[in-house]
Unconditional design. Structure first.
Length: 65
């Protein structure tokens, strides 16, 4: 049991050391990149929707049997 507790303590110490090495982006960068992702997702969504409308129109021209 004592060995397990020591291993957990060692693990948490190493996590703390690694956590200190992290360089976090600035708030402005996070906001800019988030807005870029939202814009790209929106554009792709609109593109897929337009392609769907085009395919529906094309398939509507094919007579059903």
């Amino acid at each position: 049991m004592n060995d397990t507790a020591n291993q957990i303590k060692a693990y948490l110490k190493s996590v703390k050391l690694e956590w200190a090495k992290i360089t976090w982006p600035e708030r402005r960068q996070v906001i800019a990149e988030t807005l870029a992702v939202i814009a790209i997702v929106f554009l792709f969504t609109v593109s897929v929707y337009i392609i769907d409308i085009i395919f529906k129109a094309i398939l509507g021209l094919i007579p059903s049997v």
